[in-house]
Design a binder for this molecule. Structure first.
Ligand SMILES: [Zn+2]
Length: 476
């Protein structure tokens, strides 16, 4: 299986440290507000990676963090803590805000069929681990203390600029008058911040730093401390959004490798931006649509997931309501074809049976190859369109219906799209209506036939008449 690796800037064969086990760490949400659709593109893509690794025979150990403290409004380690800001906005404590939005996040994960990571870990539950890691950095000579906290001296970590191909001289020269002129280098970042002297934070802890002043961890240190705790000091794949590359992930690598002297993660996978009306979706631009708003418009979470899979994770994708609507229609069509798996027919010619068997086998091979080729989900979907357009023109014998059902299960496994969900086969009364309608058609009683079609539609079933005189049903 191949994956584009930001570390090497090329597609690399995925080779875990301890096969068949594979360890993955994903930077999770900062839980101070609802997530928007751009965030969900990110998490559905990470889930697709996990599904691909599993389909490839690896045993995944997936860790995702929940940032519930220390993520400041500005990447330059100043400004307010997003959680404290959320608390002020809602008249709650930072703890209550974190709890509420974490629950909302986990619920939406379920709706979008995103698998639950093996470990979902909160920064506030790992303060001791973060302090220990900062102490290791202190012992190795990478830290310094200024008025507002403990900082990492990026000039001491050789290769700091390598991962993101940063131009540090330009960064230093182009820096506006720094808010924090005690920082030695523009790129230095906070490992531990001291609580402000003039106000009390909801979330603060004692630490060995800064005397008796309480404080809280910087944003980046949590990911290093928690990934090391659950996956070891070196692990396989680290994932996140593309905007994590220049600051957050660069800092994670610096502090992790400065502490351990070992390679932190071997593969870095990044999900590209999602644009809406030509602009990047972001909370600050206020153009972020919530999953619940989409569902309220009658578009299911499954259709939303399909819409996300329609773009490649490395392309800059566009989100639009038209795109969602199109995905919804595609999903409906696929669900209608899927109903054929529940309607095996007798007396199918062997040549037709062979055609379907061969097509299902080829489609399975092709979508697997696309998945293992850097998660090419758009290609998987177009290949499935092709297969479904062939399958829907045929009648399926009991063995081919079974093969088709197996393909549907595989689609559910690798793409997280369950085409048979909510599909209940017609009951005895519905079947009677279908028989009566067939008889009416044979007798050329078109009015009666139309009336029965309407009754079946009320029961939730559409009807397809075949040239052979047989009738197939599908869910409306
Ligand atoms: Zn992170």
């Amino acid at each position: 299986m191949k994956l584009y690796n930001t570390l090497t800037r090329q597609q690399d064969e995925v080779k875990p440290l301890l096969p068949p086990a594979i360890s993955i760490y994903t930077c999770g949400p900062t839980v101070y507000d609802y997530l928007h659709i751009g965030n969900w593109f990110n998490y559905v893509r990470m889930d697709t990676l996990i599904r691909a690794l599993q389909a490839n025979g690896f045993t995944t150990n997936w860790v995702m963090n929940i940032t519930d403290v220390g993520h400041l409004v500005s990447d330059a380690d100043d400004g307010e803590d997003k959680l404290e800001k959320g608390a002020r906005r809602e008249g709650k404590t930072a703890w209550e805000v974190a709890e509420y939005y974490t629950a909302d996040f986990l619920e939406a994960m379920q709706l979008l069929s995103i698998q639950t990571p093996d470990h979902i870990v909160k920064a506030t539950d790992h303060i001791a681990e973060q302090i220990t890691l900062i102490q290791r950095l202190e012992a190795n000579g990478y830290t310094y203390v200024i008025d507002d906290g403990v900082y990492f001296d990026t000039s001491k970590f050789e290769g700091y600029a390598a991962f993101a191909r940063l131009d540090l001289e330009e960064q230093q020269a182009g820096a506006r008058i720094s808010v924090n002129d005690q920082k030695r280098n523009q790129s230095d970042f906070a490992l531990w911040k001291f609580s402000p002297v003039d106000s009390k934070r909801d979330m603060e802890w004692d630490s060995p730093f800064g005397g008796d002043r309480k404080g809280f961890p910087g944003w980046h240190i949590e990911c290093s401390a928690m990934s090391m705790k659950y996956l070891g000091e070196s692990f396989d794949i680290h994932t996140g959004g593309i905007d994590h590359i220049p600051v957050h992930h660069t800092n994670e690598i610096a502090q992790s490798e400065a502490a351990t002297g070992q390679r932190f993660a071997n593969y870095w996978m990044h999900s590209n931006h999602v644009m809406v009306n030509g602009e990047k979706i972001s909370k600050s631009l206020g153009n972020g649509i919530r999953l619940q708003e989409i569902i309220a418009q009658g578009i299911s979470a499954q259709a939303t997931r399909l819409n996300i899979l329609e773009s490649h994770y490395r392309s800059q994708s566009k989100f639009s309501w038209d795109g969602l609507e199109a995905a919804n229609n595609r999903l409906k069509h696929w669900q209608q074809v899927a109903c054929l798996a529940l309607q095996p027919q007798s007396n199918i010619p062997a040549s037709e049976e062979q055609l379907i068997t061969a097509e299902i086998a080829a489609a399975t091979t092709d979508i697997t190859a696309a998945l293992f080729d850097d998660l090419n989900t758009p290609l998987m979907l177009s290949r499935l369109d092709e297969a479904f357009s062939i399958i829907e023109k045929q009648l399926l014998s009991p063995p081919t219906a079974q093969q088709f059902a197996t393909l549907l299960t595989y689609i559910h496994t690798v793409l997280g799209i369950d085409l048979l969900v909510d599909i209940v086969a017609p009951n005895a009364d519905d079947m009677k209506l279908m028989d009566r309608r067939r008889a009416a058609r044979q007798a050329k009683e078109w009015d009666i036939s139309d009336k029965l079609r309407y009754e079946l539609a009320n029961a939730g079933f559409g009807i397809r008449d075949l040239p052979s005189g047989a009738t197939l049903w599908f869910k409306l």
